[in-house]
Design a binder for this molecule. Structure first.
Ligand SMILES: Cc1cc2nc3c(=O)[nH]c(=O)nc-3n(C[C@H](O)[C@H](O)[C@H](O)COP(=O)(O)OP(=O)(O)OC[C@H]3O[C@@H](n4cnc5c(N)ncnc54)[C@H](O)[C@@H]3O)c2cc1C
Length: 400
């Protein structure tokens, strides 16, 4: 009964589940509607492939807010160290960056993917079907009937399998194949799905037109939000970047509930209000106000611009108020950027629909993994780790 498994979705989850099943002697038919495997993995590689994170387990788990218990068990079972060992097995050495994030040392995402595919192709019981879109999924007696549309021949192909594993991804970056179109297929099976939302994304701010015209993607470095230090970018539409992504869930929730989010940025986390005010007391009276602020407070070009274009005249000319703004610069965010631009999406199959083995409670033999489940995490390697660990759990469940 377990001699062959059908996996749909050849992203990291699908490829890793295939690897582990083949290793255990189970044949795999892997289907994907894209023309290549791991397209999102390749896109992630362009921005520095952050595979996982090296921090302590308790800190790590906090990144799966709302699902800490499940992810604690998933990540104990397949940990960041296990992921690093898996990479090593593909001849991909890793290193820990200064932020604790784990990256490949030399090889690119494309190299890693090539080694990964080569490893899968060593098995004669591995078959890869690209350009095959899943268009229907039904349970008939004990088996699942799957219909695929071949995007090359335009013909429909029907197959049947007792065990089906789905790793169809979320809804961001649809050109990588994860377009969320699977929702209607899964809805027909009577499973509950939370709507997709942009996560790890930029947010729109009501900038004055004068500022909008002058911004590109200008970094604010070593700033802090809710006590967390990092970097963000000011863009013509608003804000984005790592520090913003860390609070994506909070910002998104507040915008949905209240229509806006009052972002407060500490532009000088290493200086107190009094220190900033004192610096301003040494200003040269002959200088223009712009130069007084720039020199006394060591403002960057974009910080100067931000203060000049957003503060009222009275505020701009008050040392006390400027110092206050530097410690708590307020930006009202009112909208998340479109999901297609987001690094990840929240939403997907509700955890109430699956058992701890990530098997559908309503349709035994059907498993879900990766971003198509209803969880999310900030950037930092937590997304890949969550995908790998959930795929590992699925394989373990199938083999048990
Ligand atoms: C720009 C960018 C940078 C990122 N950087 C990082 C990073 O550095 N670190 C990190 O941890 N995460 C990062 N991520 C997130 C990470 O890439 C994803 O969380 C992860 O790839 C999701 O894996 P998955 O297997 O669940 O789904 P995916 O990788 O999205 O794979 C889903 C697969 O299913 C296929 N599919 C979908 N529907 C169908 C259908 N109907 N029929 C057949 N096939 C279908 C798709 O073609 C796709 O191949 C980044 C994402 C982006 C967009």
């Amino acid at each position: 009964m377990k001699s062959k498994v059908v996996i749909v979705g050849a992203g990291v989850s699908g490829l890793f589940a295939a690897y582990k099943l083949l290793e255990a002697g189970i044949g795999v038919d892997l289907y994907d509607h894209s023309s290549g495997v791991g397209k999102k993995f390749l896109v992630a590689g362009k921005g520095g492939l952050n595979l996982t994170h090296s921090e302590e387990r308790d800190e790590f788990i906090k990144n799966y807010e709302g699902h800490e218990e499940l992810f604690s068990s998933l990540i104990s079972e397949f940990s960041p160290d296990d992921l690093i060992s898996f990479c090593k097995g593909l001849s991909v050495e890793t290193f820990v960056g200064s932020s604790g994030r784990v990256f490949p040392k030399e090889l690119t995402a494309a190299h890693m993917l090539r080694n990964w595919l080569d490893a899968l192709r060593q098995y004669s019981n591995f078959n890869l079907f690209l350009n095959h879109r899943l268009v229907s999924l039904q349970k008939v007696d004990e088996a699942f009937n799957l219909d695929f549309l071949s995007l090359e021949s335009k013909k429909e192909i029907s197959i049947s399998s007792n065990i089906v594993v789905m790793g169809l991804g979320g809804k961001s970056w649809k050109k990588t194949g994860s377009d969320g179109s699977w929702v209607k297929l899964i809805n027909r099976l009577g499973l509950e799905i939370s709507p997709f939302l942009s996560m790890n994304c930029g947010y729109e701010a009501k900038w004055p037109d004068s500022l909008k015209a002058m911004l590109d993607h200008d970094p604010l470095k070593n700033v802090s939000i809710f006590g967390k230090k990092g970097e963000l970018m000011l863009t013509p539409f608003g804000v984005e970047g790592g520090l913003i992504y860390a609070f994506s869930k909070k910002i998104q929730k507040e915008i949905i509930d209240n229509g806006e989010f009052a972002l407060e940025i500490d532009l000088r986390p290493d200086s107190s209000f009094d220190e900033l005010k004192n610096s301003l007391s040494n200003k040269r009276l002959k200088d223009s106000r712009g130069n007084q602020l720039r020199k006394s407070l060591k403002l960057t070009k974009v910080e100067s611009l931000l203060l000049k274009e957003t503060l009222s005249k009275e505020h701009y000319f008050s040392d006390e108020k400027v110092a206050c703004s530097l410690k708590s610069f307020k930006i009202t965010l009112f909208k998340a950027r479109p999901i297609d631009e987001a690094i990840s999406s929240s939403g997907g199959i509700k955890f109430s629909e699956v058992s701890d083995s990530l098997e559908s409670k309503k349709h035994l033999g059907l498993y879900f993994m990766g971003e198509m489940l209803d969880w999310d995490a900030p950037t930092g390697g937590y997304l890949f780790q969550g995908c790998f660990s959930s795929a590992y759990r699925v394989v373990k469940s199938i083999l048990s």
